[in-house]
Write a protein of this length. Sequence first.
Length: 475
Amino acid sequence: MALWGGRFTEGTAETVFALSRSVHFDWRLAPYDLRSSLAHLLTLETSGLIEKSDAAAIRGALKELSVQVQSGAFVASDGDEDVHSALERGLNEKLGVLGGALRAGRSRNDQVTTDLRLFSIDHMLEIARQITLLQIAILEKAGEYVNDSAPGFTHIQHAQPVSFGHELAKHAQAFARDLDRINDWLARTSVSSLGAGALAGSSLPLDPEATANELGFNSVFANSIDAVSDRDYVAEALFIFALIGVHLSRIGEEWSLWASTEFAWAKVSDAYSTGSSIMPQKKNPDMAELARGKSGRLIGNLVSVLTMLKALPFAYNRDLQEDKEPLFDSIDTLLLVLPAVTGMIATTDFDRDKMALAAPLGYSLATEIADYLVVKKIPFAQAHEAAGKCVALCEVDGRQLHQLTDVELTGVHPALDAGVRSVLTVHGALNSRTTHGGTAPVLVAEQINVALKNNSASMAQITSAQARFSEMMSA
């Protein structure tokens, strides 16, 4: 059923209808469209534009239709152009011409962006909840390895020893920033567009503020043209999703490396691995690889929407129909990837002995020599050069730093006495890193506890917001 056509003398060409048709992907907005329709009906009734008896009939039909949509008893047909026309068809089937009364004072332009905001908020909250669950898995796994040493890396080369719990816990901080961005996005997105009409507002006595309140929005549009053409919230959501994807990809890369034969640190659970159709011995960390691969899809969806938006003039343009599929796809992708990565992390075991043996390799304790000299008031430039000479001596015959003789040490620098051996241990190096946020195990344990407390606060906030949204949708 078309929502327009009175001024046309010819029917729509099949190719035009096929290109215009969006109900095959925007049908998922149906619950939100029905809820916004109830809010719009209330303002039409309150303003006297629809008689109370008619409003009661329309309200009952909308609620009945909502149940039928949820159960699958009512679905879009091949002749429906979009979700709005499909639902109006459903109303008309129940009410006759009275079903069309609900269209007064609104356009698909303000209707669709209101629906899409509601959809986006609902799903963003669920993604936030999944991120908090992922954080818990990361932090709990990090807590298991606080007192276990491992080499820290820069440039994928051994750098300095770290607590392996510290290494794992870093990922929780990245996702905490994602949650901060989501909170900012929620505040900016909680703006109702309903009442903006096609672009110029309405001559009818509507109450956009009351409608916004009814739908749980924090505020109402300030400019009706902007209200129907703004898709910043879509682009910003896609940026958040893309960055979450990048953070997941980094985890995927590390897990893939750690599970390799060369590292052999990580034993990924069978439940989160796959095999080979030809090589029976293979156990592949495919969840890690898929997390890494999906990031490209998430980035691509962001670029797609930004490119679509970059030169749109004036108010609504049909190009904006292209905002939904990338958004839906990114949401669906993350809701698949996040639980899988969470499970992979929670069930992975790490080889403590292999990590500890690797911690001092690559002369990762060289900085301890330089710091030892700095404490003895040697300028760091000289201390750095002396530590480098110690490494060069070791490289000649493949020794480690602690294997240098007292004579060799004092030969490099007279301040390098036997006391330096007290810092040439992984244990000593870890425990000495006591500056804020450092890798000393006692600090790492505190960092994890603080992060878990912050996570609990985030989870409580998200749960409360989801409950409020659910209550609004069921009103």
